[in-house]
Design a protein around this ligand. Sequence first.
Ligand SMILES: NC(=O)c1ccc[n+]([C@@H]2O[C@H](COP(=O)([O-])OP(=O)(O)OC[C@H]3O[C@@H](n4cnc5c(N)ncnc54)[C@H](OP(=O)(O)O)[C@@H]3O)[C@@H](O)[C@H]2O)c1
Length: 268
Amino acid sequence: MPSYVITGANRGIGLAFVQNLGADSRNQVFAVVRNKPGATALLEFQSTHPNVHVYQADIIDVKSLKLAAEGMAKVTGGTLDVLINNAALIEESSMASNLTNYDGKEDVLEKLLAESFHVNTIGPIHTSNVFLPLIRKGDLKKIILISTGLADLKATLSVEIDGSAPYSISKAAANMAFAKYAAAVKKEGIVVLSISPGLVNTQQSIPPPEVLAEFAKMIAKFKTLAPEWDGQPITPEQSVEMVLKVIQDATLDQTGGFVSHHGNQEWL
Ligand SMILES: NC(=O)c1ccc[n+]([C@@H]2O[C@H](COP(=O)([O-])OP(=O)(O)OC[C@H]3O[C@@H](n4cnc5c(N)ncnc54)[C@H](OP(=O)(O)O)[C@@H]3O)[C@@H](O)[C@H]2O)c1
């Protein structure tokens, strides 16, 4: 019975992971959320899927992660096959700004960078460390970071994507953190991989006009990067289907790498 932990499982791509994996009763799915009572859609799915378990933890609070892991270990007998580090802080206020715009607003920049680094880089390291003893005893032995194409150096430079700097920097740092993680655990047969899910529509409501305008600018740049791309975000369900295939196919030869939902460097 393969077991999976998914963080940030109450909405967006995380919820779609739970729904996809939970639909197969042979999977044991452990959904981690910050606010269990508020995770309405997830709890509704869980109510008809006894193989889905919901735990409350914040990925920057090690104590809460440890409590969740202890609870899960009792269900699985102390093992875990796949950890999917999906939770992230996706901060939209910095989308329209490049780093030069923070001249005179250093305090704002430092706060954005620190928060993004805390949640997006340190959080997945803490989470991986907490679950590592269970992964070591699992059969599949995979630790995944859900990253972003915005962390890719080549894409950033080729079409001059200068916005969302704190988010992109924190995710690029997370990719390196997971390369370091891979280097540390390769000898134990554990596969570590950073995977970008593509451009995915996870908006819960229609964003304000200024955010939509920034999205449009970014999509125009993405079109230059991938002229054959249709310019449309994919659904969380489509993304998860593709990312799960990449996870399933991942081998120790790829460990520490950074790929897209296509399993290569095509980010769209
Ligand atoms: N959507 C895209 O186009 C896209 C593109 C590239 C990469 N990604 C990556 O894909 C992943 C999922 O993205 P998404 O669009 O589904 O994001 P989302 O809809 O904004 O959801 C983010 C999730 O992370 C959780 N979270 C945030 N901070 C947390 C913390 N400190 N502890 C625990 N959980 C926390 C949120 O919980 P709350 O509900 O409690 O806030 C939420 O469940 C992220 O890693 C993101 O960087 C997304």
